[in-house]
Design a protein. Structure first.
Length: 159
């Protein structure tokens, strides 16, 4: 079942690229007591994700944080090495690049998709959520091939 506005996010552990290599980061550490924008992409370095989705958040990070957001996080079903390299390539210093390598979180919130037709296996649908103290306040799930309700501009309109 897909997560809904008003639901509490399930507990999980993400990976991110730390100074010494991949590190664990709990969902509690990310979301509890904070206002967070989390957006998810089907894959790092893929065209729509690299040309439009992530760059929009990089450019608008200051505007988003000025609206009281503590953390902007980008998540994909990729490993921490890929997410770290993609963040560096995109100058995403203000974005927490989260790896959901086994799609555990993605499956817990019911937003997985089958990318096997593209040789990608299980991936996340493209979406964005605004989370306050672990509770979903906004959920924008994209139709295939679109970047509208999960874009940085859409998030700014919701904040």
């Amino acid at each position: 079942m897909t997560i809904q506005v008003g639901d509490k996010l399930p507990a999980t552990t993400f990976k991110f690229m730390g100074k010494e290599g991949p590190e664990d980061l709990s969902s509690d550490a990310i979301f509890n007591g904070k206002k967070v924008v989390l957006f998810a992409v089907p894959g790092a370095f893929t065209p729509g994700c690299s040309i439009t989705h992530l760059p929009g958040f990089v450019v608008k990070a200051d505007e988003i944080k000025a609206k009281g957001v503590d953390t902007i996080a980008c998540m994909a079903v990729n490993d921490a090495f890929v997410m770290g390299a993609w963040g560096e390539a995109q100058n995403a210093e203000e974005i927490l690049m989260l790896a959901d390598g086994n799609a555990e979180f993605t499956k817990l919130i019911g937003l997985e998709m089958d990318g096997s037709g593209f040789g990608m296996g299980t991936r996340s649908q493209r979406f964005a959520i605004i989370v306050e103290d672990g509770v979903v306040k906004y959920l924008g799930i994209e139709a295939p091939g679109e970047i509208k309700v999960s874009s940085a501009d859409a998030i700014l309109e919701q904040l």
